[in-house]
Design a binder for this molecule. Sequence first.
Ligand code: SF4
Length: 252
Amino acid sequence: MPELNDAEELGVLATSLRRHLQRQERAGIRFFPKGDVKKETMAASDRNVLTGTEGDLFTDSSAAYQATNLEELRDAIGDCRRCKLWSGRTHLVFGVGNPRAKLMFVGEGPGRDEDLQGEPFVGRAGQLLTDIITKGMGLKREDVYICNVIKCRPPDNRNPEPDEVASCEPFLKKQVDLVKPEIIVGLGKFAVQTLLQTKAPITRIRGNWHSYHGIKLMPTLHPAYLLRNPADKKLVWEDIKKVMKEMHGENT
Ligand code: SF4
C-alpha cells in the first residue's frame, strides 16, 4: 500500500472517526454535548487556576489579574517587557479562537512564522494542527482556543528559560481562567512539562489524562515533532481520539 501523505492520512482517519460519531449520533449521543465532560474533575476547590500567580509582576490588583475578558487581558499585557524576550519579538503572540471554547490547545511558544504574523500555530506545524482540528476532529479552528505558554519568541527557537516562564505563565493561567475550557491538549514536551510541573518525558505521560488545576489535560506530541517524525502521527491520533471520546461523553 503506498504511503499516504498528511492530508490523505488525516482524511482516512477522519472518515473512520466520523462514521463512528455518526453511529453514536444515531444512538442519540450528540457530539460536543454541553456539560458532558465529567464535572467532578473541575471541583470548585481545585478550579482557581490563578492561585499562585500573585507577585510583583501579577498582583491581584493588576489590570491583567482583574481582566474580565480576553480583550481586557490582552490590553493589560500591552507592550509587555516583563521578561527579556520582549526585545527580540516582532509580535507578541497572545492567542486565538473561541473565547468560550470547550477545547484549548496549549503549545510552547511562538516560532518564526508565529512571531511574524502574531498568531499561534500558523507555520507548517500550525497547518498540521489545523488539519488535526478540521479534518480529524471535524471542528473549525475558530471553535477551539489556541495559545502558548510563552507569548514572545525565544531567540533561535531555544527553549524558554525558567525566569521567562515564571514571568509569562500567569498570562496563560488568566487565559485559562477566562476561557474555562473543559479540556486542554498540551502540545509537546515543554508545554506539558510546564503545565504539569514535571520532568517526566513526554513519551511517558502522553496519552493519559492529567489535571491542570482541575481541568482535564491530555498531553500529546507537538506538531513540529510530527513533521520530523511522521511515523508518530498515529500516537497523536490515539490521544486525539481519547479527547474526542471525552468530549463525546464516552469515557463515563
Ligand atoms: S514572553 Fe511573556 S512575560 Fe516575556 S515579554 Fe513576552 S509577554 Fe511579557
